[in-house]
Design a protein. Structure first.
Length: 291
């Protein structure tokens, strides 16, 4: 065996991408993309759906970044890495998560309707610029812009960044915050054309799978995944907007031996449900190779 051929085989094994008729999904953006990458959530969901020839780009740790803002994306190394990843001809889909940090750092409950609308339009324009830029580079691929689910901000959160964010937002009630999030979601959905670029959010998904028993919401009783942000109605939400996501759906962090519930990020299992939601609504259809 020639040394060159041996090197190629080793490279394929290392990248976990040596499959016949390989297709690739590039995952890029903020922390919600990072967790999808680290947990291999999309890979597992695609496999469950029988899409066995597709995997997420092995470089996704270089194309995702926790805390990333849409307004800063083009100046980042993660944008540059995403452009490199998109040069791969096997790429069929770009999974993009951006805009959530912009909302959390700039919105507050004292904004007038006019100022809120201006903010949401600005964030949407920044996200849309990213989508359009990548479509100019790869007009042949589909782009899915993935949103978020209801958070769980509380006063005096042990994580300083969450405590500060909650205070800067004016310490909104769950209904105030979730209602604003849904208004933002409706605006940002207009940053895609639902033809080659698509929007999906997951508001209410965790309420369905985990409920919020402490507040009287049992799991599997709210709107099911197929009714949340479907291709025919990407704006439709589920769950109960007056309730937060339950702690059982969220990431748990160990701080000096004390378990802390994250205010915004999901657990491994919950990101699996999010990936299932995206795959069932869009990716399975796009990536199923017709004979």
């Amino acid at each position: 065996m020639k040394l060159k051929n041996l090197f190629l085989i080793v490279l394929c094994v290392f990248a976990l991408s040596c499959k016949q008729n390989q297709q690739t999904v590039v995952v890029a953006g903020d922390s919600w993309a990072t967790f999808i990458c680290v947990y291999k959530s999309l890979d597992k969901s695609l496999e469950k759906e029988g899409v066995l020839d597709t995997s997420v780009n092995a470089t996704c740790p270089l194309t995702t970044r926790t805390g990333m803002h849409a307004e800063d994306w083009f100046d980042s190394s993660f944008h540059k890495a995403t452009k490199v990843a998109l040069e791969d001809p096997t790429v069929k889909v770009l999974y993009l998560s951006l805009g959530g940090n912009d909302f959390l750092s700039l919105w507050n409950n004292k904004l007038s309707p006019a100022d809120e609308s201006k903010l949401f339009n600005t964030i949407t324009a920044n996200v849309a610029d990213v989508v359009q830029h990548y479509h100019q580079l790869r007009p042949d691929i589909k782009i899915i812009l993935s949103g978020y689910d209801y958070p769980r901000f509380i006063p005096n959160h042990p994580i300083a960044e969450y405590k500060e964010a909650f205070e800067n937002m004016g310490q909104p009630t769950p209904l105030e915050l979730n209602s604003a999030i849904l208004r933002y979601s409706e605006v940002v959905s207009k940053g895609v054309d639902q033809k080659s670029s698509f929007y999906i959010h997951h508001y209410g998904l965790m309420h369905y799978y985990f409920g919020n028993p402490g507040m009287g919401l049992q799991k599997l009783t709210s709107a099911p995944p197929e009714d949340i942000s479907s291709p025919s109605d990407p704006i439709e939400h589920g769950g109960v907007p007056s309730l937060q996501s339950d702690p059982s759906a969220l990431l748990k962090l160990d701080m000096a031996g004390i378990e802390i519930v994250d205010a915004f990020h999901l657990s491994r299992t919950a990101y699996g449900y999010l990936a299932d939601h995206t795959v069932s609504h869009y990716l399975k259809k796009w990536l199923t190779v017709k004979p």
